[in-house]
Ligand binder design. Sequence first.
Ligand code: PLP
Length: 365
Amino acid sequence: MNFEELAKSEVRSQPVYEPGKPIEAVARELGLDPDSIIKLASNENPLGASPLAVAAAHQALDQAELYPDGGCFALRAKLAEKWGLAPAQFVLGNGSNEIIELLGHVFLKPGDEVVMGNPAFVVYKLVTLLFGAKAVEIPLVNHRHDLDALAAAVTPRTRLVFVPSPNNPTGTANTQAELLAFARRMPDHVITVFDEAYAEYLESIPDMRPLISEGLKVICLRTFSKIYGLAAMRVGYGYASVELANLLNRVRQPFNVNAIAQAAAVAALDDNEFVKRCRTENLSGMRQLATGFTELGLEHVPSVGNFILVRVGEGQKIFAELQQLGIIVRPMRAYGMPEWLRVTVGTIDQNKRLLASLETLITQS
Ligand SMILES: *Cc1c(COP(=O)(O)O)cnc(C)c1O
């Protein structure tokens, strides 16, 4: 028997996640100078990381020989203070992606169903399939989650429902009233997972905490990868009832969040200045791109995140041509949108370069 035959069937059939290509990889493959390449492919922060967080990370390196605090005491305390919740209501993860996986460990077995939108963040589906559960995918309507359709897809076998707002890759959001009403109509055997990875970019951020106080089965996921600019650190968290947080904490590795990341995250939570600046800059960059696309005659999906979908025709071709010009974006073929690209909002100069390159490529073809 070979390894493939020995592997679990869920693993054999697991689709491969295609991340945005690192700058160094594109430079190697295309023989470009890495300094000339811009990456607008993974919704990273074009303004860099919170400076307070970077300073704290440097300092934490002085104790690199010690295991991290597996309980994340300081980070939990800081989060509890920020949210007005108890420290025991948090679960920390190696990115919020890990918490999606922890939800699978705790709740999913073969035959279970997980309801999610399509297109939505692909990790929901990957984790679902990895645990032998069935992904029930509900098409978006006008690129937005149709919460009524999501609710209608719930069956006695449903364990999790994923509701990202803003959604990735569409950048669309549901209102606080819609989200609250949705969770309140979920039956008792279903856990609603609100993925708030881009919530900080919203003008008015929905508050899901009332649902937790009401004793409903919800968890909200946040990340330090986006507005705090700490994607390399891999740290995210969930907040929920103590009971749910305890279950998730039971299945994680003892030291799943490294000490450097913990220190950076604690400091980042104090950097309100940085968050505010990123939000403002993102808004003007978003306007710049939306206006630019319209001027080029390209359809786009109005977005409230830090990225935007634009319809370019042959998505895969334009993606490859942009890459030749040193601009990495994300093709949407894997999301069933072959005519579209997802572009992260960059700095004013990066956006300008993207728009100019797009113009050249489109008038050529
Ligand atoms: C980027 C992103 C995350 C965050 O992932 P991390 O593992 O925290 O880096 C979570 N959900 C969505 C929808 C995302 O786009």
